[in-house]
Ligand binder design. Structure first.
Ligand code: LLP
Length: 426
């Protein structure tokens, strides 16, 4: 839950605003972001990684206001598409503090990044090296790049979000020499300047071991590059991936713990080879945005399937939170608009889409006096819910509102049916 979430007279308030008022003013479903909590988490990372660059990964949640919070808290920004870059630039995010990712950046995306003066482009393939050289040469610019290296680490997380084992689409592998070849080509290029290495092992990770192995392998690679080419690459970006608590029993790593362990590994490996300490970067997304967000839904039907469980249908579902259907994600959800002492009943929180996989929370207990019109709140939905939302079944996407010091304001307005129809020009 966001740090400011509390119960007042039975009702949950976030950022000093009650859920009933939020629902009345903005409608439901509603993404509610606790601005103070988001900023505090961003700041915690920046302070923990004192001498390192902290890029907030915009894929978790990005709006113009979010980009401004990130800038104001002194972080950098990771974008991974032309669209995310457009939001950052529209928010006047300083381009030199942006890192541009993506395993298939188009020529237009690269051109936009180069023209905008994006600080780092993270190169992911040989085709991209060619494309970027062409784009940069045509514009007479020399962009600074990192090469994304696949370290072979098997992160202990869901298959769809593990990214450092060899059999997946990202990066250039250390194991088969592709990463070394990319380094050779980038060092020889006059159109780009290679300044470092990048690795991202996966997402929703609770244990330092995978990060440590990746840090060690990247450091070794750095020293090998120095030995072979006589070039010291001054930056090591270790990506994002820190897990958050979706359930009470989840035990996330503290930013300080991971900062200390990564810094000491890299320092040790480089000192052993008489190399200076490279500048470290990390890219937390979920860990900054996730806990700061809550989704509010209104209960529409409460259906007791005799002897099995109660199905509680809300006014959104897999279009505003695909994570349960896609990854088997688990969430904490409570009755938010009032207090209830009624017996807990085994429930499943489901949406209004036309398939039975449309589950928001698979197993949970809700009070047995739950009724239509009640508001329920699902915690830790700040990351990868709005950013992965769809219009399945032509549901308009919910609004995103920020709450702070007793006031709420709309960051992204709710879509309307007209918005959807406007695009249908056939
Ligand atoms: N850096 C890179 C290069 C990434 O690919 C990602 C996430 C991050 C940083 C941020 O990772 P985080 O700190 O948020 O774990 N949709 C999935 C997560 C996909 C993550 C993709 N890349 C989910 O909802 O769990």
């Amino acid at each position: 839950w966001p740090r400011t979430a509390t119960r007042v007279g039975g009702e949950i308030t976030i950022g000093g605003v009650g859920v009933t008022e939020l629902a009345r003013e903005h409608g439901t479903p509603l993404y509610v972001i606790d601005e103070a909590d988001f900023r505090a988490r961003a700041r915690d990372y920046r302070l923990a990684f004192n001498d390192a660059d902290v890029y907030y990964a915009g894929k978790a949640l990005l709006t113009k206001a979010v980009a401004r919070w990130v800038a104001e808290e002194g972080l950098k920004l990771d974008v991974c598409s032309g669209g995310e870059l457009a939001v950052a630039l529209a928010a006047d995010f300083p381009p030199e503090r942006i890192g541009m990712h993506g395993n298939n950046k188009s020529e237009a995306e690269l051109a936009r990044a180069v023209e905008a003066g994006v600080g780092r482009i993270i190169v992911d393939s040989f085709d991209e090296i060619d494309r970027l050289e062409r784009v940069a040469a045509e514009r007479g610019r020399v962009p600074e790049v990192l090469v994304r290296v696949t370290t072979g680490v098997e992160a202990h997380t869901h298959e769809f979000v593990a990214t450092a084992h060899d059999d997946q689409k990202f990066g250039l592998a250390m194991s088969n020499g592709a990463a070394s070849e990319a380094v050779r080509r980038l060092l020889a290029s006059e159109h780009v300047r290679l300044v470092g290495l990048h690795s991202h092992i996966g997402s929703q990770i609770f244990d330092t071991a995978g990060f440590e192995v990746a840090a060690r392998r990247l450091s070794t690679f750095l020293t090998k590059i120095h030995a072979e080419h006589g070039v010291f690459l001054p930056e090591l970006d270790l990506g994002g991936g820190l897990g958050i608590a979706y359930l009470a029993e989840d035990d996330p790593l503290e930013p300080k713990t991971i900062a200390e362990s990564l810094t000491s590994i890299v320092a040790h490996e480089c000192a052993a080879q008489n190399l200076p300490m490279p500048r470290i970067a990390v890219e937390p997304g979920r860990a900054v945005a996730g806990p700061a967000g809550v989704t509010l839904y209104e209960v529409g039907t409460v259906k007791d399937v005799e002897g099995i469980r109660t199905y509680v249908s809300v006014d959104g579902g897999m279009s505003d939170n695909i994570r349960t259907a896609l990854y088997g994600a688990e969430y904490t959800c409570v009755l938010a608009s009032r207090h209830s002492d009624a017996e807990p009943m085994l429930s499943r929180l489901v949406g209004k889409h036309c398939e039975s996989g449309d589950i928001v929370v698979r197993d949970l207990y809700l009070p047995s006096d739950l009724r239509p019109g009640d508001l329920v709140a699902v915690a830790a939905t700040g990351a990868y819910c709005h950013s992965m939302a769809s219009n399945y079944n032509h549901l308009p996407r919910p609004a995103v509102v920020a709450v702070r010091e007793g006031a709420s304001r709309t960051l992204v307005r709710r879509e309307t049916e007209e918005d959807l129809l406007r695009l249908d020009v056939g």
